[in-house]
Design a protein around this ligand. Sequence first.
Ligand code: CTP
Length: 400
Amino acid sequence: MLQGKKILLGVTGSIAAYKSLLLIRLLVRSGAVVRVLQTAASRDFVTPLSLSTLSKNPVLSDLTAGDAWVNHVELGRWADCMLIAPLSCNTLAKMANGLCDNLLLATYLSAVCPVFVAPAMDEDMWRHPATGVNLGKLHAYGNTVIPVEKGELASGLYGDGRMAEPEAILGHIKDHFVAGGGALAGKKALVTAGPTYEAIDPVRFIGNRSSGKMGLAIAAELAARGARVELVLGPSGLDVGNIPGIRVHRVESAREMYEASVEAFRDSDIAVMTAAVADYTPVTKSVEKIKKNEGVFLLELIKTKDILKTLGEQKKASQILVGFALENAHEKDYARGKLKSKNADFIVLNSLNDEGAGFGFDTNKVSFFGKDGSEQVFEKKTKQQVAKDIVDKIVELAGL
Ligand code: CTP
């Protein structure tokens, strides 16, 4: 798939540099020609000998070799794609600000090809506002940021900041060449995610256990393929972090989610409704905390507006609308029913009967039901991989 593609791999100083070796092997096995640029700091983590052996090419590190100048302009023009993995916090900051004190940075500034970066850092560094600003700059320069993963970090802590696994990075590079670049560049997408809270009084609400993880994974995948994403997120404890290309709108109730979504949908090309929106809300919300009194307390509820259905009614032919269905009986019939009644292009069905699928899990098992009558059943996968399948389907429907 990557036959003959010329890839410049930048390796910077991070413990994740050991994964670069596996990444090189995967790229070479896929047919790519790999040349490695290594910063001085990365040599503490992985040796030039290992990198050159696996890439089958000499490793470049310095702006000069003996008394000769290394032509970074030629390198930048040679490549079909530049990939920096791992991208350390330090190199990120230098790239964001146009610094040029090593060969990798000089080549980055000279590169005329698409640039991908796979950041790796500790969670606190990942969350620092400066990191967010720097990633935002890279995104604005047109570079693609491959999302970090959650997991065990070098500090021994568990959290966000792990470099994406080599297989996932390879997937992004393959997608790029298959789809001819960020397939969704210039497109706008709306994603709803998480639960809604319907207030009963100032301290109580009706909510649900949706984590928002599936919606965030889809938003990240859409952004990674170049779309500008409006993420309308209900009150989940999810840490969205810094993902370039995603703007987060925090909402609480079904009504707030409805208003933010209808507004964003107007100029969206794509909308994916993953939120677990409350179907009913209290008719009145007590201004004062309700005191306990009688043995039985009756709460009157009224139906909320169906966001997906409303968008389905407003949808133009060029817009792609995706809905979700979470069922535990008559799953296929209900999914097909929702496809029709809500005028979606396809419905993603999660069955509550499948182990590891649905609320709170990091995995999901889904099936797609298309307007054309198609049905695709997928294996249990991580939510990131499910997000990729969903975005692949969107790209296919958009004819991109
Ligand atoms: N949805 C929405 N607005 C609502 C309710 C649901 O946008 N007020 C969207 C969800 O985000 C999801 C799909 O509709 O994409 C789920 O369909 P829905 O019929 O509401 O599922 P359930 O809540 O499970 O309802 P039912 O009891 O009819 O199965």
